[in-house]
Design a protein around this ligand. Structure first.
Ligand code: NI
Ligand code: MN
Length: 229
């Protein structure tokens, strides 16, 4: 598709995706040293949350309270947020909801849960999103490498993929390079790296690895600077 899309990385897994609609994915601003702006500047139509971990749920509650935007998430996480009187839309793996832009939930190999007052609350399974808003984007969430990425390619044919490369809690650059070869999008934007001590990664090595073995272009994002696609 040839529609214009603008994507802005705010560090870690936080992205603004602007086609006809404005989608915010995993809006982690408070405590995210890569973010150049605060959550108060976010005015999304929709927030897509991949899982309940605090570095992904992030500032979702504050942004949704202040803007009245819709939150889309897997059923259990949507239920949790719905109990806080936020506007939520739930879905599950293999399903799609059309909120102007289309959101589909795909698996991620990871864990989930919300921490509240030292207690763990069930947040269902961790997920990735396919977002169709002119172009088709795959945000993988936190995940290990898994072979069903081939099915994600077959079913949705994402043109742009955001993949975690930081290791320890997700794929590292070796695994993400294999993921790139399974998904073969036009563009990969790496994420979930160099935020903390635990996820340092050589993003230039990742770019060279992918671009020397596939036709995919790796765009190294700069926090706060929009990428026009
Ligand atoms: Ni996580
Ligand atoms: Mn994470």
């Amino acid at each position: 598709m040839s529609d214009i899309m603008k994507i802005t990385w705010h560090g870690h897994s936080a992205f603004e995706i602007e086609g006809k609609y404005r989608t915010l994915v995993d809006p982690f601003f408070t405590g995210n040293r890569m973010a150049r702006v605060g959550w108060q500047e976010m005015k999304p139509d929709v927030i897509a949350v991949t899982h309940g971990h605090s570095d992904h749920l992030g500032d979702t509650i504050n942004i949704a309270r202040s803007t009245g935007c819709t939150i889309v998430a897997i059923s259990e996480l949507a239920d949790y947020l719905g109990r806080l009187a936020l506007r939520t839309v739930d879905l599950n793996f293999g399903g799609t909801v059309d909120l102007g832009a289309r959101y589909s939930l795909v698996p991620a190999v990871h864990s989930s849960g919300v921490e509240e007052g030292g207690l763990g609350i069930d947040a269902g399974s961790p997920a990735g999103f396919i977002i169709e808003d002119g172009k088709t984007v795959y945000h993988a969430g936190d995940t290990a490498l898994f072979s069903d990425m081939v099915i994600i390619k077959e079913l949705y044919k994402p043109e742009i993929a955001m993949l975690p490369i930081g290791g320890r809690f997700t794929m590292d650059i070796k695994a993400a390079s294999i993921a790139a070869a399974l998904i073969r999008p036009e563009i990969i934007i790496p994420m979930h790296y160099n935020t903390f001590e635990y996820n340092k990664a050589d993003v230039v090595a990742f770019k060279l690895s992918v671009e020397s073995s596939t036709d995919t272009e790796v765009i190294i994002p700069v926090p706060g600077e929009p990428i026009d696609l």
